[in-house]
Design a protein around this ligand. Structure first.
Ligand code: ADP
Ligand code: MG
Length: 266
């Protein structure tokens, strides 16, 4: 197994939220390990607890019980070692794209000169295809470009792990495909361990090494794990034409159908 190389261990994690009827376990005894350098997608129906799991790995939400270990350290708080990318990035409106990425660069390179930090910020913006638009302020940027800045900022932290919560969920389908390609390209180069929440089956099959399908909440758990066999670097058309693509896609859709919270109950 991958255990000798495990980077993340989510061990028997339960998260309860208070409700009028008492505490409700949204996820219960959730177990998952992620290998160093792996890109793992977390997929499941809306409301099943994907963001809750991601947020606990980020250290933004406390577990009720169980433990999360990242790189041999227990997660107790957020930190720059785990960069988080949400659906739409919170950028400072009065700063340029460069200024926004500089904040992340400054955080982890306090000893570098101003010139060096600018160069680093430019480098990360270039990685996401924003090298020429560094002087633009967020209001002047389309949503997809703002998300590119968000991804540049995440990489600028030189994190040991990347946590992405439906990062392309707000984008139109063309922009989404472009950003998926950008992400997979940068990820392939940096081989950074990543956990990404999505509810898009095709997105997960294109990006992930493994896809973790969650059961419905409450008391959601890992329902099924899909190993994605496609060679890297990945080419979208080669992936879609691979005969295994339809088999895996059908397997995932069947799981989601079986676990549909809105299915009519006879
Ligand atoms: P997903 O990301 O899979 O759509 P979430 O993790 O956001 O799901 O939410 C899972 C469940 O936990 C939902 O039923 C949601 O209402 C509930 N939940 C999430 N955050 C809180 C909170 N802070 N307080 C109470 N309930 C919450
Ligand atoms: Mg969510």
């Amino acid at each position: 197994m991958r255990s000798e190389n495990k980077f993340v261990e989510i061990w028997q994690v339960t998260k309860e939220f208070p409700t009028k009827a008492g505490p409700l376990a949204v996820v219960k005894e959730f177990d998952l390990t992620i290998a160093r350098g792996e890109l793992c997608c977390l997929l499941g129906h809306s409301g099943c607890g994907k963001s809750t799991v991601l947020s606990m790995v980020a250290g933004l939400t406390k577990t009720t019980s169980g433990a999360i270990i990242v790189d041999d350290k227990e997660v107790v708080a957020p930190g720059p070692d785990r960069a988080v990318v949400f659906q739409s990035p919170t950028l400072f409106p009065f700063m340029t794209a460069l200024g926004n990425v500089r904040l992340a660069v400054d955080q982890v390179n306090p000893k570098a000169s101003a010139k060096e930090r600018d160069a680093l910020a430019r480098k990360y913006l270039t990685l996401v295809g924003m090298g020429d638009a560094w002087a633009a302020k967020p209001a002047a940027l389309a949503q997809g470009m703002r998300q590119r800045v968000g991804i540049a900022r995440a990489f600028a932290l030189s994190p040991r792990m990347l946590l992405l919560d439906e990062p392309f969920g707000m984008l139109d389908s063309i922009t989404r495909v472009e950003l998926q390609q950008t992400l997979v390209d940068i990820w392939s180069e940096h081989k950074i361990t990543a956990l990404m929440v999505t509810h898009d089956v095709d997105e997960a099959l294109f990006l992930a090494d493994r896809i973790v399908l969650m059961t419905n909440g409450p008391e959601a758990r890992v329902g099924k794990i899909i190993d994605v066999p496609f060679a890297r670097p990945r080419d979208r058309f080669a992936v879609i034409e691979d005969p295994r693509y339809d088999v895996l896609r059908d397997e995932m859709l069947a799981f989601l159908e079986e676990n549909d919270p809105h299915a009519a109950v006879a």
